[in-house]
Structure formats: structure tokens, C-alpha cells
Write a protein that binds this ligand. Structure first.
Ligand code: FES
Length: 141
């Protein structure tokens, strides 16, 4: 049996310019809708790590370190930092990008491997499909 999606118009696309967000309550659920460089994404406002209000967090980029002692921020505006413990999630996918349980001073064997998959964390925030129809943002739940 397939579940019927319900459609919810949450506002005009013009009212949510790039870099902005809107918290809405739809069908009893708090959802954050984000405009990231002109694309719309929606995440449940509950952090999968510990239940924090994820969508009220700071929007940032991804820190990378091309060499020891040097870092830069790339993909600015594409990541969300949970206000409770600071875990970061990619807004487009809900994927977490840190694991504080493994952040401690200890020595490990080091190797060089290629690929963004290596830094992904264990959690993925719940996300929803977002469409823009005739200039209105529509959520399908
Ligand atoms: S509750 Fe969000 S990082 Fe812990």
C-alpha cells in the first residue's frame, strides 16, 4: 500500500530569498525551509543527535584544511550547525559531518585516502521534498 502525500503551500518563493530560512509548522511538525543558492530544501526541526532545534542553528560552510595549520571555509551557506552541541549537517541532504564521540586526543595510524565519504557522520536529519509552483513553495509530506 502506498502512502498518499499531502501538499502544503508554505509561502511565496519571493519571500524566501537565497540565504534565508523559514520555520513552519505543518501537520503538527516543525520544519525549516531553506533557500540555498536558489534551491529550496526542508528539514525536520529536530536534531537526530539529541533533539535540538536544528533549523534554528547557524548557517555556515564546510571547513577544510589543505595542510596542517591552514584552513578555509568552502561551500558557504550549505551547512547548518545545531545550536545544542554544534554538530553540522548538510542542508541539501541532512547528512551530519562530525562525530564528537571520536573527537579526543589520542594517537592513531594515519593514511591518505580520497573521497568526501570519509568525513560523513553517522546521522542524517529528516528531510522533505520541496517544490516551487507558480512562485509558491510547496512541501509534500
Ligand atoms: S542535539 Fe544537535 S548536536 Fe546534539
Amino acid at each position: 500500500m502506498t502512502r498518499q502525500l499531502t501538499r502544503h503551500v508554505i509561502g511565496s518563493a519571493a519571500d524566501l530569498p537565497p540565504g534565508s530560512r523559514k520555520l513552519v509548522k505543518v501537520a503538527g511538525r516543525e520544519i525549516g525551509v531553506f533557500n540555498v543558492h536558489g534551491a529550496f530544501y526542508a528539514l525536520a526541526n529536530i536534531c537526530p543527535h539529541g533533539g535540538g532545534s536544528l533549523c534554528e542553528g547557524f548557517v555556515t560552510g564546510l571547513s577544510v584544511a589543505p595542510r596542517p595549520g591552514q584552513y578555509e571555509l568552502i561551500r558557504e551557506g550549505e551547512f547548518l550547525r545545531c545550536p545544542l552541541h554544534g554538530w553540522e549537517f548538510e542542508i541539501a541532504t541532512g547528512q551530519s559531518y562530525c562525530d564528537p564521540k571520536n573527537t579526543r586526543l589520542r594517537t592513531f595510524n594515519a593514511s591518505v585516502e580520497h573521497g568526501a565519504e570519509l568525513v560523513k557522520g553517522p546521522y542524517v536529519a529528516e528531510s522533505f521534498e520541496v517544490k516551487v509552483e507558480e512562485d509558491y513553495i510547496v512541501l509534500d509530506l
